[in-house]
Ligand binder design. Structure first.
Ligand SMILES: [Zn+2]
Length: 298
């Protein structure tokens, strides 16, 4: 079945810190892991959303409401809830829903293990008073999606989890991205160094960076990237129009990686832009695309 999209859920947040210990606050690492995954799915051209992209409190109801906003209510939409564990264990765990097979859970745990963390188990958990239902609401209340909880390690581990979480969380997040690609038969490529920053789960507030060259004016740059001087000034907190050579500006837009079967026409149509804007923003001389090519979408 084709993948419609991935919804990443950074566990806890705001008033709910989750597990805390040894300088690790679960809600913060859940967010870091999730943002990393978000950037990577974008880089791979896979539709992705976050339930939260900042330190806010979300009730279970609000979290589910957020999830239901995106993609579809089928197994083609994967929900990944990122957590850390507590209880003096060591290693990663993956919990999958009662309705799902263990295929994805197993792949995720295997890949996390290959990236250097030790694997504890993948399993299902039932409500004690109603064994036909999942224990965790993230499984229970997303009944038609493929929903999975990943616990990357223990904040109170007597072994090496504490330093592993701090130093290797990106590698473990990458392991999950790779597992989802493998599971859905999507071509996986290793991360590139992209200067894409995401401050929002929506497309509109993404930006890429532009380094000011000799002779550039705000007006030139705005025209080149199909935006306005005002938008650039707002995003960069600029009070006037003066620029310095080498100054790094945030430009509203989105990075897109060309997939097999893409055409400029298709990309323009799917992103509410025009072939002409794409040609201009990317300095393209013709409409030929290569798989893996990076395009700026404005
Ligand atoms: Zn948690």
């Amino acid at each position: 079945m084709a993948l419609k999209g991935v919804i990443i859920d950074p566990g806890h947040g705001g008033k709910d810190s989750g597990a805390v210990g040894n300088g690790i606050v679960e809600k913060d690492y859940a967010l870091k892991i999730s943002k990393y995954m978000y950037d990577r799915f974008k880089e791979l051209g896979i539709p992705v959303r976050l339930t939260r992209d900042s330190d806010i409190t979300l009730s279970p109801k609000e979290r589910i409401k957020e999830i239901k906003k995106y993609f579809d209510r089928t197994k083609n939409t994967i929900v990944v809830s990122n957590h850390l564990n507590a209880g003096k264990g060591d290693g990663a765990e993956v919990i999958y829903a009662l309705r799902d097979k263990n295929t994805l859970a197993k792949k995720i745990l295997n890949n996390i293990e290959s990236s250097g963390q030790n694997a504890r188990k993948y399993y299902q958990l039932r409500l004690p008073n109603n064994s036909s239902k999942d224990y965790y609401f993230i499984h229970r209340d997303t009944p038609n999606n493929e929903s999975i909880i990943v616990e990357y390690g223990f904040v109170d581990s007597p072994k090496d989890d504490v330093s592993q979480i701090k130093n290797n969380y990106k590698a473990y997040a990458e392991a999950v991205v790779k597992a989802i690609c493998e599971y859905k038969g999507i071509k996986y490529t290793k991360p590139k160094n992209i200067t894409l920053n995401n401050n929002n789960s929506g497309v509109k507030n993404d930006y890429f960076t532009y380094s000011v060259k000799k002779g550039d004016t705000l007006w030139d740059i705005a025209r080149l990237y199909n935006t306005s001087v005002d938008n650039i000034k707002k995003l960069n907190n600029l009070n006037n129009n003066s620029l310095k050579i080498g100054q790094v500006l945030k430009i509203p837009g989105q990075l897109y990686i060309v997939k097999k079967g893409d055409s400029l026409w298709k990309i323009a149509k799917n992103n509410n832009t025009t072939i002409n804007s794409l040609l201009k923003a990317n300095n393209l001389k013709n409409t030929t695309l290569k798989v893996g090519q990076e395009l700026i979408i404005i």
